[in-house]
Design a protein around this ligand. Structure first.
Ligand code: AMP
Length: 190
């Protein structure tokens, strides 16, 4: 199985690049943000709970997020592999993912981390808000909070994969095609 963690701050291009990679490698795309938004638009219990955190730019609690992700992986056990997009966002999530994959006799192949500097992220998110309709993209205070949460809680997850020698940094500035080519190169040298 090819199991990729596509990592990076909000606005780094994880969703866009995931779409490219699932097509090319036939992987199952699991975006925790997308799954939360689907639940929010259907007003499920999970959606109502998630909304209260997402609209403040905070992380949804680990237990809720991990259980949701586990269900999705188990429902897609026969996939050729997974792209995890927006997960893991804490070390506890990374540990839970390792344990889950171990139970399925597989593991994370690589963490590909898109690197984009802060001002560029803010610009991209404000532009995305015009088409995404996402309230959390449109408000500068929420954006700033998401970036701060990323720096404090999520960036340390890099070390988790560095310790396993699975971390690869990817320059996330340039055209969409250029960035896909960098990701492809990293995947083909695995
Ligand atoms: P995203 O679409 O990945 O930017 O996620 C949108 C929002 O969903 C985030 O700002 C968080 O509030 C929540 N979220 C998504 N993935 C996770 C996760 N792995 N852990 C906790 N919260 C998450």
């Amino acid at each position: 199985m090819l199991n990729i963690v596509l990592f990076g701050p909000p606005g780094a291009g994880k969703g866009t690049q995931s779409e490219r990679l699932i097509e090319k490698y036939g992987l199952k795309h699991l975006s925790t943000g997308d799954i939360f938004r689907y639940n929010m638009s259907n007003n499920t219990e999970l959606g109502v709970l998630a909304k209260s955190f997402i609209e403040k730019g905070q992380l949804v609690p680990d237990e809720v997020t991990i259980n949701m992700l586990k269900d999705q992986v188990l429902q897609n056990k026969d996939a050729k592999g997974f792209i995890f997009d927006g997960f893991p966002r804490t070390n506890a999530q990374a540990e839970a993912l390792d344990n889950l994959l171990q139970d399925l006799n597989t593991e994370i192949s690589v963490m590909l981390a898109l690197e984009v500097e802060e001002n560029e992220l803010k610009d991209r998110l404000m532009k995305r808000a015009e088409v995404s309709g996402r309230a959390d993209d449109a408000d500068p205070a929420i954006i700033a909070n998401r970036i701060e949460v990323y720096r404090k809680e999520t960036e340390p997850v890099k070390s988790f994969y560095q310790a396993q020698d699975k971390f690869v940094g990817i320059d996330g500035i340039g055209s969409i095609d250029d960035i896909t080519a960098r990701l492809d190169k990293a995947i083909s040298s695995l």
